[in-house]
Design a protein around this ligand. Structure first.
Ligand code: ADP
Ligand code: MG
Length: 261
């Protein structure tokens, strides 16, 4: 379980980019974070996994203060796909995925075991990147690179998986394939999943709960269906939507509306 209590964060020390947010993420649930550009979604994700320290308030991971845990302790529990992946070296695809195993290696005697090899193989199959194992990551497409960084997260084999806009650059087939696999990990291994989504239909399909953020503040939270209403979405995004029920899936379908058509 992850809890954050009254957390605030400021990039410039003057204005709060995230303000007094209190929330709990339960073990085994899939939480979706939604909200307009610049509302604080990535900032919140970075605070929850200890990449940023809150200027006020506390974050606890399974009862332990995240600020008192080492990077390695956190990396054994949470795998994070950041929104902007920086890569300064042109690593090979497989080497990049292997970095996901660093959290599991002993710092004194780093060894590569069959457990590590299997985790990497499995993650590469899940994301369909076997064929490009020896390619350089700066010489593949944006969508392929996104799948390499997703594979790195899966290879980490953590109970918590945090993905900031995981479907960025992905075609629909890979989006559904990867989100389906995450759903199975959630169901079969009780993994806790937190994703930032812009596509509200993906949020509707996969998330158990949604957290809507606007202007750095918690705007709404609740079960996915209770958040996905025309009124809430209109107020959250300042644009209008039409919402239908899909009787086959029992999920809401969000229809995007144009202002000119
Ligand atoms: P979102 O992920 O919801 O699009 P972010 O969490 O990235 O939004 O940003 C929240 C706010 O913090 C925005 O106002 C943004 O301009 C500001 N911000 C984000 N990153 C930085 C940064 N590196 N330096 C200064 N301000 C930032
Ligand atoms: Mg973001």
């Amino acid at each position: 379980m992850i809890t954050c209590n009254d957390i605030s964060y400021s990039y410039d020390g003057i204005q709060n980019d995230l303000e007094e947010l209190t929330y709990s993420i339960n073990q085994g649930e899939w939480l979706g974070i939604i909200g307009p550009n610049g509302s604080g979604k990535s900032t919140l994700l970075n605070l929850l996994c200890g990449l940023f320290q809150p200027s006020k308030g506390k974050v606890r991971l399974d009862g332990e203060l995240v600020s008192s845990m080492s990077n390695k302790q956190i990396a054994k529990k949470i795998a994070v796909l950041s929104q902007q992946n920086s890569f300064t070296f042109s690593y090979e695809v497989k080497e990049t995925v292997k970095l996901g195993r660093v959290a599991h290696s002993s710092s004194f005697f780093p060894t590569w075991t069959s457990v590590d090899e299997n985790a990497v193989k499995n993650a590469m199959s899940m994301t369909g990147i076997n064929k490009m194992a020896n390619n350089l990551i700066n010489e593949i497409s944006g969508g392929e690179r996104q799948r390499v960084f997703l594979a790195q997260c899966f290879a980490q084999e953590t109970p918590y998986i945090f993905l900031d806009e995981p479907s960025n650059h992905l075609d629909l087939m890979h989006t559904i394939r990867i989100l389906d696999m995450l759903k199975e990990l959630q169901r079969n291994e009780r993994k806790t999943i937190v994703t930032v989504f812009h596509d509200l239909n993906l949020a509707s399909l996969y998330c158990d709960r949604l957290l809507g953020i606007k202007d750095g503040k918690l705007f709404i939270e609740g079960k996915t269906d209770s958040v996905l209403t025309e009124e809430v979405l209109q107020d959250l995004f300042d644009t209008s939507f039409q919402i239908l029920d899909n009787p086959e899936t029992n999920k809401k379908v969000i229809i995007y509306k144009s202002n000119v058509l």
